[in-house]
Design a protein around this ligand. Sequence first.
Ligand code: 5GP
Length: 196
Amino acid sequence: MKGGKLIIFSAPSGSGKTTIVRHLLEKSDLNLAFSVSATSRPRRAKEKNGEHYYFMSISEFKNHIKSDDFLEWEEVYRDNFYGTLKSEIERLWAEGKNVIFDIDVAGGLRIKRKFPDVTLAVFVKPPSVDELKIRLKKRSTESEDKINMRIAKASVELATAPQFDKIIKNYDLDTALEEAYQLVADFVGGENGNGA
Ligand code: 5GP
């Protein structure tokens, strides 16, 4: 597989990485396209199949694993599988796009290892684990149980931050958005980047 660049945003759930990724997708000079992942988790009310995720059953997901269709996949939470289909990256590279990912830390680092020369891996750091809990509760897309599961995972994920190329502290959203734009522009050579 060959083509454009890969930009990975990884972080504990609730850190604001999805907001950052959505913001970057609006910047046309970056020429980004979102890598739509496959998942076996239930669809949330506002989510659309093929836009936010390719939603599928656990058995469908496992069939894709057997067929070696994934670039990477993880059972991020119990029975909630998430993965990047090789066909998705091939499709977006064929369109001449740089591909941006919103994926968990293990998956992000795995892609970085597979494509070290064309990948920028960014870790988004929340102010604290307590703040994460507050944000997840406010978002209210998950049950209390699931929130606790995500919080427990967050501490483990935070420890992987030094393995990423760059760390963005999301303490103030506007600052984080600007910082993220500049990092990606420098990497892909956007309007305000140096293309390094
Ligand atoms: P959510 O259920 O909140 O949409 O996502 C849960 C976690 O799974 C997030 O950290 C998200 O970034 C991650 N995730 C989404 N897609 C993928 C993927 O394709 N691979 C991996 N490894 N993680 C993913």
